[in-house]
Design a protein around this ligand. Structure first.
Ligand code: SF4
Length: 398
């Protein structure tokens, strides 16, 4: 593989993946620098998907001699031995690889000299002290550079538009390859195959460089020096002190000081404001609870709180023996066995190849209209006409 193994990558203080946080809240970088990252199953799963995708991309898009082909076969076997590997990962990675292949074909159509690179270490330290990251895919052809990133997670949708992580990768790649290829325009793409999402932000190099000089450079200098102002916001969700940060607490407590005036009932305008505050407080409360729980588990005493045993449900210690005993006693099956039931589409897709599943029951799968949800007006979905819609079962999106 061309870069350090995915799981072994070191993290820079001002890495690209944390850029939206340290640009908005520069002192967060030094504040959190010695706090270790909680290892998560999702991160390990993402690492496995990246390893698999890199092998597949190399196999599909690079001219490999027989020795290299053998090496890649071995790497593929290893990647498929991961505990996270299964039909869902195979399908998602294949979708990603197909999209990258399409982009490379488009680049080749522009110029036969198109080049493609995987897992490149990208150095953007001209703007960010010691800043570097690893770009999944770089394609360059005829003055256009594609910077492509795989996001395997499906919990949080991530868009390429104005995305600081992608922009920093683009800066590093531009710095490295501009003198060779003369790059004028950058296409930054995030592919999130498990959400069927592909977004591409296109910016001229001049705009990227202006952002680097006016936004990134000053914020990075403050962050590196441990200076600047703490600023809470959306970016806090990725911060290692999100549960015990005073600036975030102050910001949220300020939100609680909202003053209601007469008359006795809130107006719809006020309800709109409260909804925003409620969303913010819900996220914060969850993070504070998580932090407090971890502290208590590690033996810290939180005044007025204690750790107790939670509720538990009875379990059958040996299901096979229990089954046999009930069978021997001639109890009817339907009294102690669950009825057979078809799995949901998500589970089926995890266990059966996506194409095979589509061929077998694709015509039986439909997507009914979703239930109405109330979201901020900045949401990209088209607004429903409240007069024409049946709003039975209305709920809030959390
Ligand atoms: S939680 Fe938010 S405000 Fe606090 S340091 Fe982290 S990013 Fe800054």
């Amino acid at each position: 593989m061309s870069a350090p193994a995915h799981a072994e990558r070191a993290h820079a203080l001002l890495g690209a993946s944390g850029a939206s946080r340290w640009i908005a809240c520069p002192p967060s970088a030094r504040l959190t620098e010695h706090i270790s990252e909680k290892r998560s199953e999702y991160a390990d799963e993402g690492t496995a998907a990246h390893e698999l995708s890199e092998v597949k991309l190399q196999q599909m898009l690079m001219p490999n001699n027989s020795a290299r082909r053998k090496e890649l076969e071995k790497a593929l076997t290893e990647a498929m031995a991961s505990t996270y590997y299964g039909p869902e990962m195979e399908n998602a990675v294949n979708d990603y690889v197909d999209i990258v292949a399409e982009r490379f074909l488009a680049a080749k159509a522009r110029s036969q000299d198109a080049v493609i690179m995987f897992e490149q270490r990208l150095d953007f330290s001209e703007w960010v002290p010691e800043g570097y990251g690893t770009g999944d895919v770089i394609i360059i052809s005829d003055g256009i550079m594609d910077v492509i990133d795989l996001k395997y997670g499906k919990g949080v949708p991530v868009s390429a538009f104005g995305n600081p992580q992608m922009r920093l990768y683009a800066l590093g790649a531009w710095q490295e390859y501009d003198f060779l290829y003369g790059i004028e325009e950058i296409h930054m793409t995030i592919i999130q195959p498990r959400l069927d999402s592909v977004s591409t932000d296109i910016v001229p190099v001049s705009e990227l460089l202006e952002w680097a000089e006016t936004v990134v450079k000053p914020a990075a200098a403050l962050a590196f020096a441990g200076e600047g102002e703490f600023k809470a916001g959306e970016h806090c969700r990725w911060c290692k002190v999100k549960g015990n940060c005073r600036a975030r607490a102050d910001e949220n407590m300020k939100a609680l000081e909202y003053e209601f005036r007469d008359p006795a009932l809130l107006s719809l305008e006020e309800i709109g404001s409260v909804l925003f505050v409620a969303e913010q407080l819900k996220a914060w409360a969850k993070d504070v609870e998580g932090y407090a729980f971890d502290q208590a588990k590690n033996g810290a005493k939180i005044p007025a709180w204690k750790l107790v045993e939670g509720r538990s449900n009875r379990v059958i210690t040996d299901k096979d023996v229990a089954w046999k005993s009930l069978e021997d006693a001639k109890i009817d099956d339907d009294k102690f066995l669950k009825p057979r039931e078809l799995l949901g589409i998500g589970e089926l897709e995890k266990r059966i190849d996506k194409k095979e599943l589509a061929a077998l029951i694709g015509d039986l799968i439909v997507k009914p209209p979703g239930k109405p949800v109330l979201v901020p007006e900045t949401d990209h979905r088209a607004e429903l006409n409240s007069v024409d819609q049946d709003f039975a079962g209305e709920e809030f999106e959390s």
